[in-house]
Unconditional design. Structure first.
Length: 103
């Protein structure tokens, strides 16, 4: 029974196409070591490109937010000069409507 079992296992492996562990491509280990050495500088790792890109996008977003806030503040300050006459106009209309409704 042991012989049959071993033959069966051998046939099943052959049917699956198992040839053992796959080999690494030629020069793979050399490329990995070279890449690891190229990313190290003075004993510390460089910042990845994605992190640098994210930092630049964040800085641009902060600059846009500052300019938008300044523009909004400037617009509100400019409209404060107009707010008083407009509020007086609304008060006059409101008084006129109230006086007509009470008569």
């Amino acid at each position: 029974m042991d012989k049959r079992e071993s033959e069966l296992q051998r046939l099943l492996r052959a049917a699956r196409g198992e040839s053992g562990a796959p080999d690494m491509p030629y020069g793979f280990d050399t490329r990995v070591v070279a890449l690891a050495r190229s990313t190290q500088r003075d004993g510390r790792r460089d910042v990845p490109a994605v992190a640098r890109l994210f930092t630049r996008i964040a800085a641009a977003a902060v600059i846009v937010a500052v300019f938008a806030s300044a523009a909004t503040y400037w617009q509100l300050e400019e409209n404060d000069e107009l707010a008083e006459p407009l509020s007086n106009a609304y008060a006059m209309v409101d008084t006129a409507i109230n006086s007509e409704l009470t008569e």
